[in-house]
Write a protein that binds this ligand. Structure first.
Ligand code: SF4
Length: 213
């Protein structure tokens, strides 16, 4: 990475940190995936329940694998071959977990977190329920404001996710959102976390890499 790109990345991350902290979100700036994983592991323990929300980033930084392979008390609705009822039950349990781990779609330099969900379990848990919420985001998730957050979600994140999930949506064929009425539409709940009441409840691990979509 050139020193100028590095300068810009660090400047954006610090600006995002400042804005988020002004809104009662905690922020850990992380040099890379390893740094983020180790910082998170220092704050997790094997007795507490740890709910997993949708996140490619939690996988990409190796955190999910580490927790799964080392005896942590995971509530994981993403185990293959679960029935629909089992998935729903586990998602309901994540809403009462001690820690909830997830990714986010966009973080604005105005200090807000913007997400689109299908079922809404991820955004629900971020808003209320779990005692602590850890959100993991590569710096590619940083945008200027809400409008740019929506642009990044519908231009990039959602079409890629629809393709990944093999949904029969227009965007999974064309790569472009058409605000569809497809029964398989993945964009059903749009949330903006503007502030946090409980000062140490939501922590964002902002990572100086491009991660997730
Ligand atoms: S609204 Fe429909 S077309 Fe647009 S990104 Fe979501 S699933 Fe794709």
């Amino acid at each position: 990475m050139s020193e100028f790109v590095n300068w810009h990345n660090e400047t954006m991350m610090k600006k995002a940190q400042q804005a988020l902290e002004a809104h009662n979100f905690l922020v850990e700036l992380c040099e890379n995936s390893d740094d983020a994983r180790e910082k998170a592991l220092k704050q997790l323990d094997k007795e507490s329940s740890i709910g997993i929300g949708g996140s490619m980033t939690v996988h990409e930084i190796g955190l999910f694998e580490h927790l799964k392979d080392n005896g942590y008390n995971l509530i994981n609705p993403y185990v293959p071959d679960l029935t629909r009822e089992q998935v729903f039950e586990l998602r309901r349990k994540t809403l009462m977990s001690d820690f909830f781990l997830a990714g986010c779609n966009a973080i604005t330099l105005e200090g807000e977190i913007v997400n689109v969900d299908g079922y809404g379990n991820r955004v629900s848990a971020i808003i209320f329920g779990p005692r602590k919420v850890f959100l993991f985001a590569g710096m590619n998730k940083i945008v200027l404001d809400r409008q740019q957050a929506l642009d990044r979600i519908f231009d990039i994140a959602a079409p890629i996710n629809a393709k990944r999930l093999n949904r029969k949506t227009p965007c999974a064929a064309t790569g472009i959102c058409s605000d569809c009425d497809s029964p398989e539409r993945i964009c059903k709940h749009l949330t903006v976390n503007m502030r946090q009441n409980i000062p140490d409840r939501i922590k964002i691990f902002l990572i100086k890499e491009n991660l997730g979509f």
